[in-house]
Design a protein around this ligand. Structure first.
Ligand SMILES: *[C@@H]1O[C@H](CO)[C@@H](O)[C@H](O)[C@H]1NC(C)=O
Ligand SMILES: *[C@@H]1O[C@H](CO)[C@@H](O)[C@H](O)[C@H]1NC(C)=O
Ligand SMILES: *[C@@H]1O[C@H](CO)[C@@H](O)[C@H](O)[C@H]1NC(C)=O
Length: 395
């Protein structure tokens, strides 16, 4: 099985040093989004309606995304003249960074010297350092800068974000020492995330549709509203302990006909207990609760157990029919009926459960989100899920 277990998890970024940046003014893009029909707008919370005047008819930015080795990469352009990079799409972290010349053994780094719009940030007469440690022990170290970032947009013209704060990485872990990914795009709630730096016009709206193959799109602004037949929504929470992460509240998991409540377990909460994250592959639950889920799966599956590193429940079979269907029930009314592909992975003759127990922060990972159009709507405090054949959506 793949060792890429928690590639880019995210939740606990221990970012040192940076606090004085926290409220860096956001620079508005040259191409404002929009397209809220009145109708859509009225379903939104009234706290956001004062912003309607900021939006103009125009276009919505988007980026092409691609599945690669258990993570999703997105394309964006950086610098002037623009260089295209592929970086991990991460709703679980804040800082957008890319490998920058000079750096240890990385291939095709972005070169600040060749960009006319690159500006180093200075703190106390020195370049401002940053250091990010992801939960899977990967890291990036470097200095802050401002630079022009370009995405595509529905208008056909690039969506330009001048003076965007980014990290220019001079030392990153081995996973990044390849042409791709050459960095991470941070999309959480933090003030320096790419989404936050797009400004209020986007209303924090973002959507994606992941599948195990092919390309797809990450949409922002009005194009990221998820609605229509089959759409269900989960309440979105902000929590003090990780205020920049998107929390959902998991009420229960069903394995076949057995519903396992979080009530009465350490996972139980009513204000958010699991982070929804595009940058983590598997779904992680506290071990004591996850054990109940595994036990329920074990009761159904009649096949030989085998061990596989990184997973806790594996069988020597590739027959998915032996495995029970898993549903996740989120507060707010999202009862997600997960496909077997979302919860089990077959590699050769072995099939494993892709929900794993540990002691770290619970994470709803990207594999479980496959084949849903997932829309984040912070102003309505909802994440919406629409069952969708994601590989067919934009092909
Ligand atoms: C927003 O809506 C809520 C519930 O409908 C209402 O109680 C509140 O007064 C409204 N706030 C404003 C600013 O209109
Ligand atoms: C890169 O960072 C790692 C982790 O902090 C450190 O062990 C290593 O010595 C650094 N490499 C260089 C060349 O600074
Ligand atoms: C999803 O779409 C792809 C591409 O159009 C197609 O090959 C596949 O059969 C579809 N899957 C389902 C479950 O409909």
């Amino acid at each position: 099985m793949s060792p890429a277990i928690r590639m880019m998890s995210t939740t606990t970024l221990f970012i040192q040093i940076i606090t004085f940046f926290l409220f860096t003014a956001t620079v508005l893009s040259s191409s404002p989004p929009s397209g809220f029909s009145i109708d859509l707008f009225q379903r939104r919370s009234n706290s956001s309606s004062s912003r309607v005047s900021n939006t103009q008819l125009g276009s919505s930015p988007y980026a092409d995304t691609e599945f690669e080795n258990f993570v999703y990469l997105m394309n964006l352009q950086i610098g002037t003249p623009p260089i295209e990079i592929e970086a991990i799409l991460d709703t679980g972290s804040e800082i957008t960074w890319t490998n920058c010349f000079p750096c240890n053994d990385c291939i095709i780094p972005f070169s600040p010297l060749s960009s006319s719009t690159y500006k180093e940030k200075i703190c106390d007469d020195n370049p401002c350092p940053y250091e990010i440690n992801y939960e899977d022990k990967t890291y990036s170290r470097g200095t802050y800068a401002t630079e022009t970032i370009r995405l595509q947009s529905t208008s056909g013209k690039p969506y330009t974000m001048p003076e965007t704060t980014i990290g220019c990485s001079h030392n990153s872990s081995a996973d990044f020492k390849k042409p791709s990914p050459s960095g991470v795009v941070g999309l959480n709630w933090g003030p320096l995330s790419l989404l936050s730096q797009m400004g209020e016009d986007m209303l924090g709206l973002m959507s994606y549709c992941f599948s195990g193959k092919g390309t797809s799109k990450l949409n922002f602004g009005s194009n990221a509203i998820v609605s229509g037949d089959g759409t269900v929504s989960a309440n979105l929470f902000r929590k003090l302990e990780h205020p920049n992460n998107y929390y959902l509240n998991l009420d229960a998991v069903s394995v076949g006909k057995t519903r396992i409540e979080t009530l009465g377990t350490p996972l139980h909460a009513s204000d958010g207990n699991i982070i929804i994250d595009s940058g983590t592959t598997l779904t992680y639950l506290p071990e004591s609760y996850c054990k109940k889920v595994r036990t329920a799966v074990e009761k159904v599956v009649k096949a030989e157990r085998v061990a596989s590193p990184g997973y806790q429940l594996c069988y020597r079979t590739k027959n998915m029919d032996l495995f029970p269907v898993i549903k996740m029930h989120f507060q707010g009314g999202a009862d997600l009926f997960l496909d077997k592909f979302n919860t089990y992975m077959t590699n050769g003759e072995v099939t494993c459960l892709m929900i794993v127990g540990d002691r770290l922060t619970p994470i709803f990972g990207n594999r479980a989100q496959n084949n849903f159009l997932v829309g984040y709507d912070p102003s309505s405090q909802l994440v919406s899920f629409k069952p969708t054949n994601c590989s067919a959506l934009w092909s």
